[in-house]
Design a protein around this ligand. Sequence first.
Ligand code: FES
Length: 321
Amino acid sequence: MTAAAPPRTTTVTLAVTGKELVAEGVATLTLARPDGGRLPDWTPGSHIDLVLPNGLTRQYSLCGDRWDAHSYRVGVLLETGGRGGSSHVHEQLQPGHLVGVGGPRNNFPMVPAERYVFVAGGIGITPLLPMVQQADLLGADWQLLYLGRSRRSMAFLDELAPYGDRVVVHAKDELGPLDLAGFLGTPAEGTRVYCCGPTRLLTALETACADLPPYTLRTERFVAEEQGAPARTAPFEVELARTGATVTVTPDVSVLEAVGSAGVEVLSSCRQGICGTCETGVLAGRPDHRDSLLDDAERAAGDCMYICVSRALTDRLVLDL
Ligand code: FES
């Protein structure tokens, strides 16, 4: 067996330069290079991978000022019953600590439009906050619907206050459930709807947008969409183009695990096909896409796949690994 290669996605070491509790259960971290140098640019909707000192990798949307080239800001919700990533951030990580950072990467890009409707549920505000700032800067017509359990649990209300009635805050403990379809109405032609939040919100919005033109709604998920059974149950082969190795992927393991056992470690995090960390180029063969990230056109192109969940339609895949 080959010696383990470093993770495919490059990480840099950044320092925690600030930590603040901005709402009940929500902390922000500010990260910067220890030498104060410039960080890679990013666009609204981007996230970074935090490679935590406890060995876990987690994705967090960038929610700071994208024109600040020297620091990143992320917002982290403390998930009770989570796998330990958010609790490590909340309880252990402190200013002065170092963390590995991968990315930025954007699976939720903002496309040009004359009008935007942003719908945030809870911590789903984080990728939408820079979109709001960008839409406002560009002079687009926009509205944000921000839903949460209570105002106490809703981060960044202070930063959103200057936008006045463009921002509709709906705290459930004050106002009860919202009629989402009624709020949305029939959006003007050319409107793009961006939503990030829990599954029930995304599902309700997908229903409300069902009759709108394709690509009107773009969503970012916290949990994976339900997938049917894999297209094939027989093993398939994966050739790793850079190393020349071939591995057999049996039905009980993922491509990620199979290539890992061949000594090629690919950085991963959610292992559910929702974060994008394990994106891998496909050079030949046809993937059985089982992620919650790619749209129909991207699936049809077949030139990349998320190897934590996606498998093969063909007997053989050649990956850019
Ligand atoms: S590890 Fe998150 S998409 Fe594969």
